[in-house]
Structure formats: structure tokens, C-alpha cells
Design a binder for this molecule. Structure first.
Ligand code: ADP
Ligand code: MG
Length: 267
């Protein structure tokens, strides 16, 4: 059974796409079968996996409009070892086109159910908004991974996301929970970052992942080569951290699994 995770934060530029492609590559590296879903019309996760968004015949847009299945639309990111359900500008139109359709927030969930046995992990790179696209992601997922920088205002932006997740949990997807906050672009030399990092730990406890992703120029350079840092420069500090994070995710999922089984048994 595939475990499905959204990488979400309604702020832009906080490291969602970097986390998505590098976690996908890290999981693939340790032998997991991974599908990366790009839910952002910017298509950065698609391009950052070496898949040319302009040349895709089918994308997540076609899946949301039910004119293609995930199996038909997903392509292999050859150098990365995972599959990509890509996105391009066309996806921006889906927001409007979905307004009048039935089950509009559950389109992705329904489509992913068909490929449940084919993958260990499905990662969904969300756009920087709490839109119908993000809602489709949240309705599909078992959990949310929230990348965040350890800055003074970091927590402020979190409230809207946490409220949205609570609402989706209550009304649309009882499975949904925040799996964890991932500290990214971390620079230990900056005292404030270390302080905020400690505050996060104090406040959210084990909802904060143990792994910390450092600020690392190789991670920032990798997308221009159409590769995740983990593939572009596996020995870079940032890449090693993402492989470590992949291991932590596998462990967390194993810890989650028994509870899910109990839930099924209780039904
Ligand atoms: P989002 O998807 O949330 O908009 P991105 O993943 O695109 O954010 O990251 C924003 C910018 O920060 C990009 O230019 C990316 O290369 C850079 N970046 C992300 N994580 C790191 C990191 N750990 N170290 C250095 N640069 C990073
Ligand atoms: Mg992005």
C-alpha cells in the first residue's frame, strides 16, 4: 500500500519543491518505489526531475479532469529512479474548470487509488496557496510534511495551514495529519535560527523531524541541471541530509502502520 504525503506550506520559496524532489530521490536511493506528483502549475518539480514540462503529452491536469489515468500520464525520471506525474501551465486552468464538477476536491484521491499497489511512497508537491489544487492534495494524503525556515515569522504563516489541515481532517479526510515539520535551509552560524529551531522542538515535540536540512549551494544549483541535489551531487552535505531524511520517513511510516491496521480491523 502506498503512503501518500503532501509537501505543503502556503508560503512560496520555503523549500517545498526542493524537499519534494530530494526526498523522492532519497527514497528511491534506499530502494523505495516512488511517484512524485507535481501539483504546482509552475512545474518546478517536473523540470527539477529532468522531465521537460513543455513536452509532456499528459499531465496531472488530464488526471484531474479524468481524461487520463495516473498510469497513462506518469513518466520515468530516468536519472532519478522515480516516476513523475508532471505539471505545466495548463494546470492553472484546472482551478476554474473544476469549479462546477462533482467530487472536485477528490479527483486526485480517486485517481491515486488505482496505483496504490505500484508504489511505496507518493509525494505531492503543492503550490504556494490553499487552493483547489492543494485541497486535492490534502484530500489524497495520509499526512503533510511542512518544510520551514527557522525564521522569526515562520510560525505565523503556519496558523492558516494548520487550520486548513484541521478542516480537511474533520470534513473530508479523517486520515490526514501533520507528519512533521522539516527544518530547511538551516544555518547553525545564525544564532536566531538555532533559537527558533529549539523553540520549534519545544513547542511541537516529535512533530519536528530529527533531520535538519542545511543551507547548501549544491541543492540550489541542482535544478538548473534538471536534477535533484541527491542525484546531482550525492556527497554534498544537503544531499546526505535528504537521504537521512528519507530514512527517517521510512521509520516514521513503519511506526504509523500498526495504527492504520488497527483502524481497518475496527471497521
Ligand atoms: P518552494 O517550492 O517552496 O517555492 P523551492 O524549493 O523552490 O521553494 O526553494 C526556493 C529557493 O531556495 C530555490 O532557489 C532553491 O534552490 C533554494 N533552496 C531550497 N532549499 C535550499 C537549501 N537547503 N539550501 C540552499 N538553497 C535552497
Ligand atoms: Mg515549488
Amino acid at each position: 500500500m502506498a503512503r501518500i504525503f503532501c509537501i505543503a506550506n502556503q508560503k512560496g520559496g520555503v523549500g517545498k519543491t526542493t524537499t519534494s524532489v530530494n526526498l523522492a530521490a532519497g527514497l528511491a536511493r534506499i530502494g523505495q518505489r516512488v511517484l512524485l506528483v507535481d501539483l504546482d502549475p509552475q512545474g518546478n518539480a517536473t523540470m527539477g526531475s529532468g522531465v521537460d514540462k513543455r513536452k509532456l503529452a499528459l499531465t496531472v491536469y488530464d488526471v484531474l479532469l479524468e481524461s487520463a489515468s495516473v498510469g497513462e500520464a506518469a513518466v520515468l525520471a530516468e536519472k532519478c529512479g522515480y516516476q513523475v506525474l508532471g505539471a505545466n501551465r495548463e494546470l492553472a486552468g484546472a482551478e476554474v474548470e473544476l469549479v462546477d464538477v462533482e467530487r472536485r476536491e477528490k479527483r486526485l484521491k480517486t485517481a491515486l487509488a488505482e496505483i496504490d499497489a505500484d508504489y511505496d511512497f507518493v509525494l505531492i508537491d503543492c503550490p504556494p496557496s490553499l487552493s483547489m489544487l492543494t485541497l486535492n492534495g490534502l484530500c489524497s494524503a495520509h499526512g503533510v510534511i511542512v518544510p520551514m525556515q527557522c525564521e522569526y515569522f515562520a510560525l505565523e504563516g503556519l496558523t492558516d495551514l494548520v487550520n486548513t489541515i484541521k478542516q480537511v481532517h474533520a470534513n473530508l479526510n479523517p486520515d490526514l495529519q501533520i507528519i512533521g515539520l522539516l527544518r530547511v535551509m538551516f544555518d547553525p552560524r545564525i544564532t536566531l535560527q538555532s533559537q527558533v529551531s529549539e523553540q520549534l522542538r519545544g513547542h511541537f515535540g516529535d512533530k519536528v523531524f530529527d533531520t535538519v536540512i542545511p543551507r547548501n549551494v549544491r541543492l540550489a544549483e541542482a535544478p538548473s541541471y534538471g536534477l535533484p541535489g541527491v542525484v546531482f551531487d550525492p556527497a554534498a552535505k544537503g544531499s546526505l541530509a535528504f537521504v537521512e531524511f528519507a530514512r527517517e520517513m521510512v521509520e516514521r511510516v513503519q511506526r504509523l502502520a500498526p495504527a492504520t491496521k488497527e483502524k481497518i480491523a475496527a471497521k
